[in-house]
Design a protein around this ligand. Sequence first.
Ligand code: GAP
Length: 504
Amino acid sequence: MEADKLLENPMNTAEITMDKIVSLAKRRGFVFPGSDIYGGLANSWDYGPYGAQLKKNIKDHWWRTFVESRNDMVGLDAAIIMNPKVWEASGHISGFNDFLVECKECHERLRPDQHLDAANQNAFMLAFSEMTFKKMEIEKLKKEASPDQAMIEKYEHDVETLAEKIFGALRTIECPHCGKRDWSHPTLFNLMFKTFIGPAEESANIAYLRPETAQAMFVDFPLVAGVSRKRLPFGIAQIGKAFRNEITPGNFIFRTREFEQMEIEYFFDSKKREWNEVFTYWQSEMESWMKSVGMDMARIHPTEIAENERAHYSARTVDFEFDYPFGRKELFGLACRTDYDLSRHAKFSGQDMTWQDPETKEKITPFVVEPTFGLDRGLLAILLSAYDEEPVGEGETRTVLRLAKSIAPVKVAVFPLMKNKPELVDKARKVFEVLRKDIVCEFDDNGNVGKRYRRQDEIGTPYCVTIDFQTLDDGTVTVRDRDTMKQDRLSLADLGNYLWEHLR
Ligand code: GAP
């Protein structure tokens, strides 16, 4: 509701740059560089006090919406390190790769797919896959008892021609660092972080940090279905860290190597429910949630992903793209994973991954629609949607985060009008102690009231309660609204109800 109001009356007119967001995030302790005292670690970020609280509020809101408020959803909190066979079955070991090229001049590395236009990307992909096939054929021929030399030479010639096509496409990319267009041969780079279980670093002990939270929801499907006694359709939800050894992380918390996902795997019988219908239903559920956390819906664009760009498991993908200051890019995704994952785990584990209808006794492998939300990208989109600069007279501007009240890290700030008046400070402390029992509150007596308002505006606190001399006389306080800056005077007896009503 409150986000609707913001959208009807958009005040967010300031030009929002990443510099402004990064600077506010650092200044107010939302997000700052990780390992800072050691010079940081590239693209690693820590969430400070308000950032941690905001992140928690977004997760709680998501969990409340998609798990606690529904009868057809249950939660899961699975281990990050899973049996490596999981990643064989899921296709991540063979297929979770990005192309990598290196500038021959300055050794800058990048992902060509992020820099090629559509025509060159197509030409590049076709030539690369054909070349891979031809190279495999050459290897096969060479292993034969009497290799067909003419055929080998023909294939080798084809490989040279294909290499020219690949380099032709790559030459359209100018190195962002040195400006040259001379790239190495592309290689495929697996994005999973490898580690070893136990002290011996040998291949038998290799394990991976999960690149998506999704797989545990497939692997645990029979157990969860059994213990929760859910009937199809039902979903499993999970929030947790995922890790990808990204070649080109960057743009603040947009693309990092360690990030958090909030994912749902929604299982259904594809004979009883048309999968595109389930897909459309979840698209609208995702949009409602984005609205409810105050995302600027005018900047969100559901985009159909072409077959050749979809993940290997997906029959259909819609990416919700967001207009970031650095361009329109993916925010969240929705995919139809069909019965791919459950079937693969059945094959690789030898276990029964089906669901048995208790009435008909029929066993089926459910289809899956997967709404997936990146928490860090979500938080960035929320900050960008909420950020505003508003003229407040006499050439002054205030910076205000118009966060949805439900996710604001601090809901109410309590001030004594003056710090050096013990009777005001005592009264304000008492009010604060009462309110904090039910509401996340902050007490502030630093600087003048104007400065305290600015500080609370910058962290998005919806209400500031000020205790002044009139409070001591008649038991009334002022409540200042973050968005309108209007102040209401009301009695302390009504304060709890007022905040309860307005923060709902
Ligand atoms: N289980 C499906 C899956 O993982 P994905 O599109 O690869 O799909 C889902 O990732 C979401 O995770 C993305 O929409 C994005 O919000 C977030 N995400 C992916 N890679 C990320 C990264 N390197 N840094 C931050 N967020 C990322």
